[in-house]
Each structure stands twice: as C-alpha cells, then as structure tokens.
Design a protein around this ligand. Sequence first.
Ligand code: G3P
Ligand code: CA
Length: 244
Amino acid sequence: MMNIAHRGFSSQYPENTLLSFHKAIDLGVGLLELDLQLTRDGHLIVLHDKTVDRTTDGSGQAADLTLDEIKGLDAGGWLAPDFAGERIPTFMEAMEELDPSIILVTELKFTGNDGIQGVIDRIDERDASDRVVISSFDLAKLPIVKTLAPGLPTTALLKTDETTTQEKIDLARELKVDTLGPRYTDVTQELVDAAHAADLLVRAWGLGRDQGEEMTRLIELGVDGMTTDCPDILQRILVSRGLA
Ligand code: G3P
Ligand code: CA
C-alpha cells in the first residue's frame, strides 16, 4: 500500500517545498507527490497552481516569470512565519536533494505538451527513471510520455465523473497507462477488482484531513495507494495493520 504524501506533508508544512518533502520522509513515507509547472525561461519548477499568488509572497503566472524571479519568492511564509525563507524547488533540485530511495509521483500540471521532453531529459540527466512516476489529469500527455520513455510508469488521474468501470479500464488501455487514479469517492470494489484483473494499479487521490475512516475503507477495498495531505494519519493506520 503506497502512502503518497500529497505535495509533501502538506497539512502541516508549506506544500511542494523541500521542507514539506523532508517532513513526509521523516514519517517513514516512501513516496512523494509533486506538481510541475514551467517558467518563462523553460525551467521545470515544483508548483501546483498556474500562478504563484496563493503559495508565495509574489503574484503572477509562473509561465510569465523567470526562474530567477521565482527563486526570489518566499514559498513558506504564507502558511506560517516559521516557514518563511522556503523556496520553490526546481524539479532537478527535488531529484538531487531527496533520497534516491524515495519515489517521486510527479504530476504534469503545465499547459501544453512542449515541456514533456524536458521532463524526460531531466529524469535521464539524474538517472532517475526508476524513482519517478508520471501522472496527469491532462490525459493527452500520458501516451506522449509512454512513447518518449516507455519505462516510466504513468498514471491517469480521473476527475470524478459518471463513466463506468469498463470505460475507465478501456481508457487506461487506450492511454497505455499503468495506474488508474480516481478520486477516492469513486473507488469501489468493482473498480479495484476490474483494474487488477486488467493488470492495472489503483491509487486514489483527494484524501484530506479527518479521513482515517475513508483511508481504512480504501485499504480494505485493496487499493494500491493513495495521495493524502495527512501521510501521518495514513502511516499510523498502515503500521497498526502491519502494512508499513
Ligand atoms: O494525486 C493527484 C492529486 O494531486 C490531484 O489533485 O489538485 O493536488 O493536483 P491536485
Ligand atoms: Ca497534484
């Protein structure tokens, strides 16, 4: 069961920062989820939103700022004064700074497909293809990743919708992904069983605070993993069940 710390230990530390990632690792978590955006000068940075407004002391679209400008922003003080001084990491820094035993569940958030080759190139430069998983809600990106780097596992993130289990399985086949990523509310026994029968993993997303019961439900359904802002709670549940 993969306990994937969503944007790091983001319920307590500033999301998508090295501090948040290190704090998740300190819990014993082996997988970190992070988001990638592109700067104006083509650098891949670890940032969820298209703008820097919510999570830094700056403003504007990341795609309109240079890496130098991004690096001048405070990415921690918005959450609490103690975290002031945290910076937005680049994708390279995340791969360099975090222990190579940690799996980076990397979500492609940037607009368009031009940045995909850069993601593959950075992974190759760090020789990190065995510790990166690529995911996206922008499903058209995933077959491109598979073509450019067939060895990289991919996850189709699914918005909540009315599609049937079979349609989800068919979509996964069409996109050549390894994992289905439904919102946790869409995970059923039928979906988990059908995905496993089709040789697909299931990892849920959207688990926030006070959701221990929901985490337990998903574990009992047999999901392969979940992203959560509270990896501390999930880790406690997994340990208590002898699963971590
Ligand atoms: O694991 C997928 C999850 O990260 C989706 O939500 O908004 O954090 O990208 P979001
Ligand atoms: Ca994400």
